[in-house]
Write a protein that binds this ligand. Structure first.
Ligand code: AMP
Length: 190
């Protein structure tokens, strides 16, 4: 099983690139943002609790995320690989993911980081907000808060994978297909 963490700030293009990776490699997309939005749509207790954080542009508590991801892995052990999108978002989540995978004799092949600078991110997210229907994509203050959460809590996760020599960085600005080719080159090297 080839498991990849697609990393980057909100608006870096993780969702777009995930779709292309899935189409080519047949991996399972594990987007924690999508999982949380599905919980909200289904009016579950977890969804209602998570919504408060999401509406404020804040990260949802680690325990919630770790439990959700553990379930998803447990129920899909036959897949060719997982593409983790939006997870892990804290060092605690990254450490928990290592333990979860180790227990199944699995591991992360590598983290691929999409590098995009901040002004471009805000522009992209507000543009996406016109069609995504996501309230957190439509308010500039909320977008700024999400980027701030990324800078303080999520950016350090890269060091976790650098320390394991499992980190690759790719320019996330340019043609979608060029970025995808660069990602594929990294995936094929695993
Ligand atoms: P995303 O779709 O990845 O942009 O996630 C949307 C929102 O869901 C984030 O702003 C967080 O509030 C929450 N979220 C998604 N993934 C995580 C995670 N791994 N840890 C904490 N919160 C998360």
């Amino acid at each position: 099983m080839k498991n990849i963490v697609l990393f980057g700030p909100p608006g870096a293009g993780k969702g777009t690139q995930s779709e292309k990776i899935i189409e080519k490699y047949g991996f399972l997309h594990l987007s924690t943002g999508d999982l949380l939005r599905a919980e909200i749509a289904n009016n579950t207790k977890l969804g209602l609790d998570a919504k408060t954080f999401m509406d404020a542009g804040k990260l949802v508590p680690d325990e919630v995320l770790i439990g959700m991801v553990a379930n998803k892995i447990e129920n899909n052990l036959e897949v060719a690989g997982f593409i983790f999108d939006g997870f892990p978002r804290t060092v605690v989540q990254a450490e928990a993911l290592d333990v979860m995978l180790e227990q199944k004799h699995l591991k992360i092949a590598g983290m691929i980081a999409l590098e995009v600078e901040e002004t471009e991110l805000t522009k992209r997210i507000l543009e996406r907000g016109k069609t995504s229907g996501r309230a957190d994509d439509q308010n500039e203050e909320l977008v700024k808060k999400r980027v701030e959460e990324y800078n303080t809590k999520t950016a350090p996760v890269a060091n976790h994978y650098k320390a394991q020599s499992k980190f690759a960085s790719i320019n996330g600005i340019g043609e979608i297909d060029t970025i995808f080719t660069n990602i594929c080159n990294v995936i094929d090297s695993y």
